[in-house]
Design a protein around this ligand. Structure first.
Ligand code: FAD
Length: 352
């Protein structure tokens, strides 16, 4: 029997941040992942503290942004590669009223003053972008290159013999009073960070995780565009070499991993509303966001088997949420600190 402190099931952004935390705290662990449709690997990885529909602040935004920089900065140091790209997000205004609301919030709203710029003309120099009313700039935003980070970190774990490339077999899990055994591994706890696939986990399948399918495109254009996310009906994000990410759809009705022509058309039409230049579609991808009824993550122990731990519900914002949720979960598991009520699994214990 190999003995470890933790088994982590799922190496998306949540499981990856958890593994980093355990490593930094000198805990032993094994990560198990089957690479079956990681939402994290196709996500744009944008971090943005402002809800662009309503111009409101994201829950715990400042704490999340600060911690994100530290945690993904630690990955940069460990793997000796750049993953964090700072750039602004420009939100194209649909009408004068939106611009007025933006400017008012940018100057008077205590939570937004630090994040909304009052400059509205920055996109005017780009002929390829149509923005007759102007655009609002969100500050302290950017992107984490999760696709490469996850792949590089997996290789790192493989080298350390801390990674099993397989589908976790729930039938092979044996629970005794306060431990868990899986095949030839004995662990104090098993952390399940399986994203949307949590609904196939017999221990946590009753949690109210709702899949929201998202499709994205990678396009190529020769147009001169800003080093920034441009958000009109859809968003455009630079990937280097004249490649751009276009996203994303939100589909709660057809929740599967298939690329569809409907989504492709929808995204192309959406981007053409503000991008006045030709582009070539290079790739299309689909995955499923693990969202929760009340839009908060779900972390904490199973109500009966306290050695089984849930780390899920990262929803549409895993890049910002995962680092702080991992801290909170670790402090609960190792330092007896309470989990913030809003994110605690306890709020759903009546479903077990
Ligand atoms: C199109 C799209 C765009 C997005 N853009 C952004 C964005 O710009 N910014 C942002 O913050 N968020 C974005 N998101 C949301 C973000 O992707 C999610 O919040 C986040 O990826 C969820 O991470 P996770 O680790 O919980 O799950 P996942 O990334 O889905 O990882 C779960 C992992 O567990 C593995 N797994 C599951 N079950 C098993 C099993 N039984 N055995 C072995 N392995 C298993 C899966 O293979 C997978 O690798 C986007 C999502 C989509 C779909």
């Amino acid at each position: 029997m190999k003995k470890v402190d933790y088994i982590i099931v799922g190496q998306g952004v949540a499981g990856t941040c958890m593994a980093m935390k355990l490593m930094q705290e000198n805990k032993t662990f094994i990560v198990i992942d089957n690479h079956f449709h990681k939402a994290s690997a196709i996500a744009a990885g944008i971090y943005n503290p402002v809800v662009l529909k309503r111009f409101s602040i994201v829950w715990n935004a400042t704490k999340q942004i600060n911690r994100l920089r530290e945690v993904f900065g630690d990955f940069e140091k460990l793997l000796n590669k750049k993953y964090i790209y700072d750039f602004p997000v420009y939100r194209i205004f649909n009408d004068e009223q939106e611009k007025k609301t933006w400017l008012k919030k940018a100057t008077t709203h205590p939570d937004l003053i630090d994040y909304l710029s009052t400059e509205t003309e920055q996109l005017n120099q780009y002929n390829a972008i149509q923005n007759p009313i102007g655009s609002g700039e969100v500050l302290h935003t950017g992107r984490v290159d999760l696709t490469n980070l996850l792949a590089d970190f997996k290789n790192y774990l493989v080298d350390k013999e801390s990674f099993l490339d397989e589908t976790f077999d729930y039938d092979a899990l044996v629970l005794d009073d306060n431990k868990a055994s899986y095949k030839n591994i004995e662990a104090n706890r098993v952390i399940f960070s399986e994203g949307y696939n949590i609904l196939n986990n017999p221990y946590f399948k009753n949690l109210p995780v709702i899949g929201v399918k998202g499709e994205v495109l990678k396009i190529k254009t020769e147009a001169i565009l800003p080093e920034a996310v441009v958000k009109g009906k859809e968003f455009l994000m630079p990937l280097g070499n004249n490649n751009y990410f276009v996203g994303a759809t939100y589909d709660r009705d057809n929740v599967n991993y298939e690329n569809t022509t409907e989504a492709k058309t929808y995204l192309v039409d959406g981007v053409k509303q503000f991008l006045k230049t030709d582009f070539e579609i290079l790739e299309q991808h689909a995955s499923i966001r693990p969202t929760v009824v009340d839009r908060r993550p779900i972390i904490g122990p199973h109500p009966i088997y306290s050695q089984l731990i849930c780390l899920n519900g990262m929803g549409t914002r895993g890049t910002m949420l995962a680092p702080v949720m991992v801290d909170d979960l670790y402090d609960f598991l190792e330092n007896n600190q309470p989990i913030e009520k809003e994110a605690s699994i306890v709020r759903f214990y009546d479903r077990f």
